[in-house]
Design a protein. Structure first.
Length: 569
C-alpha cells in the first residue's frame, strides 16, 4: 500500500515496505496520520504558491486563481469552499503547518459551485475532488469513505438528473450549477460563496453576484486556465475576466488575481518527468514547429498566459514585448497624430512619435463618444499640450457664421495629422463645406488618409509588429532596461524586436488589439470595436518617419508664409 500525505509543508510518500524498515514507533505515527488524513483531507490541505493567498483571501469580492493546467487550482477552490462550509479546528495541520489562515466558523452556509456542464464537468470533475477533500463526518453517506456496514446506512449519490444538492452534517449545503443553464438560473438563491470552475459567461456571473451581495460576507471565487475553448467565447484572452485583470473593466467590485507557477508545484503532485513532458508538449514542441496556434495554446496551458483568439488580425502583437512603461520622449523626435472621426460611435485618436532609428511609439490615445466636432477638436489639441485660439469668423453659402480656430503650438509640433479620407469629400451640415474643412476650422488641420483596403493595408501594418533579427528593444536602446531583461520562454535572451511599441497607459488600444479578430474562415476583420485599429492603419499608411532638422526648417517656413486674411490659409 502507498501512503502519501502532506505533513510539515511537504509530501510524505511511503509504502508498506518502507514502513517495515522504520522504527515501529515511527511507522505507527505514519499509519495513524494516514488514518486521520483519509477521513479528513481538508484538515491537512497543502496549498502552494499563490493558492495559499487565494484560499486565505476573504476580503476581495472576486478572488481568481489563474494558472496553467494541472496546477491544483480546482482543489484550492474546493478547499476554500470547504473551509467556509465546515467547522474547522485551529489545530489542524493546514493552519499550523501549511500557511492557511484560520477563521472562526460563521455557522451553516450555502455554497454554490459551477462549471461548464453538469454531467461531465461537475459530476466527473468537481464532485469527486470535493468528496475527496471534505471530512467524512461532514459528507456522511455522500463520502467515498463511508462504510455502509459500519454506519448501517447505504452510500448516497447526488441527483445529477435534477438539481444536485449536498447536505452537510454541520447544516451547510453545497449546490451545483452549470454554464449551459440559462443565466437566470444563477439568480434564484443567495449564497455565501460562489465557486466558478474555469471562466464563466459574464451574464451568469453578474446574476450570481447581484443576488449574492444580499448575503453577509458574500464572496465569489474562480479557478481557471486562460486557454481558449472552441465555441466558448468567454474563455481565453479578451474576455471580461481578462479585462478585469488588465484593469480595462470596472464592474464596481474588488478583484484580486493569484497564480501558481509550474516550478512551485511539488513533484509528488506533478512528477518531474511529467513536468518535462508537459514542457515539451506545450512549449518546446510548438516552438520547433513554429505553429502560432499551438504556441498560444501552450503558453496558456503551461504558463497561464491568456490565449488570444485564433483569428486575431495582428497575431504577431506581443504584449510582453511591445506594451511598455512610459518614458520621457526626446523633444526632437518626430510626432504625428491619426484620427478616426465619428459622431455616435467613439471618436478615436492615436498619438505617435518616431525615433531617429525608426521605432514608432504610440504614447497617447483619445476615445470619446457623442461630444461633437468642436469639443473633440478642442480636447485633442489640449491633450497635445497645445492651445486652440480663435483666428476669425466665416460665413457659409447659407449665411451661417462659423468661428475659425487654429492650433497654437505650445508643447508639441506634429509632422502630420491624418484623418479618414472620406471626410475630405463628405459634405457637412454647412452647404458647400466638407467635413474635413469643418475640422480644420475647429483647429484640427489634417491630411487625407490612404483609402487602401484592409486586404492590402493590414499586411503593411503587421510588418511593424514583426520582430527583426538584430534589432534592439527600444528600452534597451534608451538604456532604460538591459538585454537580459527580455527572455523567451526557454530563458534565452531575445535577439529580435519589432519597430512598434505602445505605452501601457493606452488601455483602450490594448482592449481593441487583443479583441480585433477576423470573421470565421476569412481574412476580413470584424467591423466592431476597431476605432483605434483604424487610426493605427491610417498612421502607418501615411508613412511615419523621422524627419529631424528638416522638419523644423519646414515648420519655420510655414510660419513665415503670409496667410490669406479671408480664408486663413
Amino acid at each position: 500500500m502507498k501512503y502519501m500525505l502532506p505533513w510539515r509543508g511537504q509530501w510524505i510518500v511511503e509504502t508498506d515496505k518502507t514502513l517495515l524498515a522504520m522504527k515501529p514507533e515511527e511507522a505507527e505515527i505514519i499509519r495513524e496520520l494516514w488514518g486521520i488524513y483519509i477521513r479528513n483531507r481538508l484538515s491537512f490541505f497543502l496549498a502552494h504558491s499563490g493558492a495559499i493567498d487565494f484560499i486565505n483571501d476573504r476580503e476581495s469580492d472576486l478572488a481568481v486563481l489563474w494558472s496553467g493546467v494541472q496546477r491544483g487550482k480546482s482543489y484550492a477552490m474546493l478547499a476554500k469552499a470547504g473551509l467556509i462550509a465546515c467547522p474547522a479546528d485551529k489545530t489542524w495541520p493546514c493552519f499550523t503547518q501549511h500557511g492557511l489562515k484560520w477563521y472562526e466558523w460563521e455557522g451553516p452556509k450555502r455554497i454554490a459551485l459551477a462549471s461548464y456542464e453538469m454531467s461531465v464537468h461537475c459530476r466527473r470533475n468537481l464532485w469527486p475532488k470535493l468528496a475527496e477533500i471534505l471530512p467524512t463526518d461532514e459528507l456522511k453517506e455522500y463520502s467515498p469513505h463511508w462504510n455502509p456496514r459500519e454506519k448501517k446506512s447505504k452510500r448516497k449519490h447526488p441527483n445529477w438528473n435534477g438539481a444536485p444538492i449536498i447536505p452537510l452534517a454541520s447544516g451547510s449545503q453545497i449546490d451545483f450549477y452549470a454554464y449551459h443553464q440559462p443565466s437566470e438560473a444563477f439568480t434564484g438563491t443567495s449564497y455565501r460563496l460562489w465557486g466558478f470552475d474555469e471562466q464563466c459567461p459574464r451574464d451568469h456571473f453578474m446574476n450570481a453576484y447581484d443576488r449574492g451581495i444580499t448575503e453577509e460576507n458574500f464572496q465569489a471565487c474562480m479557478a481557471a486556465t486562460p486557454h481558449r475553448l472552441k465555441g466558448r467565447p468567454e474563455t481565453g484572452a479578451g474576455t471580461w475576466v481578462h479585462k478585469l485583470k488588465q484593469g480595462l473593466l470596472d464592474l464596481g467590485f474588488s478583484t484580486k488575481f493569484y497564480s501558481i507557477d509550474t516550478d512551485e508545484v511539488p513533484d509528488a503532485i506533478v512528477p518531474k518527468k511529467r513536468k518535462e513532458e508537459e514542457y515539451e508538449k506545450y512549449v518546446d514542441g510548438p516552438r520547433r514547429r513554429k505553429n502560432a496556434k499551438e504556441i498560444r495554446e501552450g503558453n496558456a496551458k503551461y504558463y497561464g498566459i491568456p490565449e488570444s483568439l485564433e483569428g486575431l488580425v495582428y497575431d504577431n502583437w506581443d504584449k510582453k514585448i511591445q506594451f511598455i512603461t512610459p518614458f520621457r520622449v526626446p523633444h526632437d523626435w518626430t510626432r504625428q497624430r491619426s484620427v478616426d472621426p465619428a459622431s455616435v460611435v467613439p471618436f478615436a485618436t492615436l498619438w505617435g512619435v518616431i525615433s531617429p532609428w525608426g521605432d514608432l511609439i504610440l504614447d497617447k490615445e483619445y476615445y470619446e463618444s457623442g461630444l461633437g466636432i468642436a469639443k473633440n477638436c478642442k480636447n485633442i489639441i489640449e491633450k497635445s499640450g497645445n492651445e486652440r485660439v480663435e483666428v476669425g469668423r466665416d460665413e457659409d453659402m447659407d449665411g451661417n457664421i462659423m468661428v475659425r480656430y487654429e492650433e497654437k503650438t505650445i508643447k508639441e509640433k506634429y509632422a502630420f495629422t491624418v484623418m479618414d479620407g472620406r471626410t475630405f469629400s463628405q459634405p457637412s451640415e454647412h452647404r458647400g463645406v466638407t467635413l474635413s474643412q469643418v475640422y480644420a476650422s475647429k483647429g484640427l488641420r489634417c491630411i487625407q488618409a490612404e483609402g487602401t483596403r484592409n486586404a492590402q493595408a493590414i499586411p503593411i501594418v503587421k510588418e511593424w509588429f514583426e520582430p527583426v533579427e538584430g534589432r534592439e528593444h527600444i528600452l534597451v536602446r534608451m538604456k532604460l532596461r538591459k538585454k537580459e531583461d527580455f527572455l523567451d520562454a526557454s530563458g534565452e535572451v531575445i535577439t529580435a524586436f519589432p519597430k512598434l511599441y505602445v505605452f501601457n497607459t493606452l488601455r483602450m488600444f490594448l482592449s481593441e488589439i487583443e479583441g480585433y479578430i477576423n470573421k470565421p474562415d476569412s481574412d476580413t476583420p470584424v467591423d466592431k470595436d476597431d476605432h483605434l485599429m483604424t487610426a493605427l492603419k491610417y498612421m502607418i499608411l501615411a508613412g511615419p518617419r523621422f524627419m529631424g532638422q528638416k522638419r523644423k526648417i519646414a515648420e519655420e517656413n510655414i510660419e513665415r508664409r503670409k496667410r490669406n486674411k479671408y480664408t486663413g490659409w
